[in-house]
Design a binder for this molecule. Sequence first.
Ligand SMILES: NC(=O)c1ccc[n+]([C@@H]2O[C@H](COP(=O)([O-])OP(=O)(O)OC[C@H]3O[C@@H](n4cnc5c(N)ncnc54)[C@H](OP(=O)(O)O)[C@@H]3O)[C@@H](O)[C@H]2O)c1
Length: 284
Amino acid sequence: MSSQLTLTTTVKLPSSHDMQVLGYGVYQTPADVCESVVLHALNTGYRHIDSARVYRNEKPCADAMRASGLKREDIFFTSKIGPRDMGYDKAKKAIEASFAETGLDYADLFLIHAPYGGKTARCGTWQALVEAQKAGRIRSIGISNYGVHHLQELKEFIETSEVGGKIDVGQWELHPWLPRHDIVKWARENNVVVQAWSPLVRAERAHEAVLQEIGAKHGKTWAQVLIRWSLQQGFVPLPKSVTPKRIEDNADVFDFELDTEDMKRLDFPDSYAPCSWDPTVSRD
Ligand SMILES: NC(=O)c1ccc[n+]([C@@H]2O[C@H](COP(=O)([O-])OP(=O)(O)OC[C@H]3O[C@@H](n4cnc5c(N)ncnc54)[C@H](OP(=O)(O)O)[C@@H]3O)[C@@H](O)[C@H]2O)c1
């Protein structure tokens, strides 16, 4: 299937909306360069932008979307409710603040950024998302960095409360050194589409021999190998770069395919090596 993917291939979410299978991340992209790099990404052909309240760059993302001249419905824009805005009232305010800042009529996806704050806050935040979805402000909703115990808690809340809703998307740090088989299995069994953050392991593994060798075999870079690995796992990778040539290279991953041997070489089933925060293990 993956050899048939292109930059504009989409996956259907439970909400019935479509999401492009390769996203462009803007974590740590300073607000003053964000508009120009997002515009470069859109000009390169990306149609899926991953931002968050805490990145403080939702507005320049929206400015780039408007400046691109593309139709709003052709771009998929994600934001996230941050840990400090957990709970029903704060989450509602955060959603409204996002729209006030961006000037967008709707968001394609809003995620709960992390499962912090306790059960009441998590469920209240979910309720705020469901209400915004019902009001037509947010098209699809989901979570990020939830462990299986958090996912199970949310599933039970959805099934037993009046609030309801469906988890369209889950976003986690995922790459060969952090395959998270338990979480991915849960997501698959519950029809949750999986996004991969830090798909490039923040360039920390660039010199790994296995990436260099597979890259040389296909005439591709280590970064392209990692993005391809993510796509072939059925994930939606969200590579970030502020460097125009890298933005282009990271999208140039649809003319080759990792073979069974390559995928086997990148299979480290017992590896658990996060390169950043790991809220999945939070127990509060
Ligand atoms: N939900 C969450 O908790 C969470 C957490 C982290 C990230 N995310 C999302 O996932 C996105 C990606 O994750 P990330 O930003 O942590 O890490 P990443 O995409 O794995 O790596 C980004 C780093 O790799 C460098 N890079 C990118 N392309 C390269 C290339 N072709 N060759 C060499 N170096 C390259 C970038 O440098 P330059 O920018 O200098 O080019 C940057 O330093 C974020 O932007 C954000 O949207 C979500």
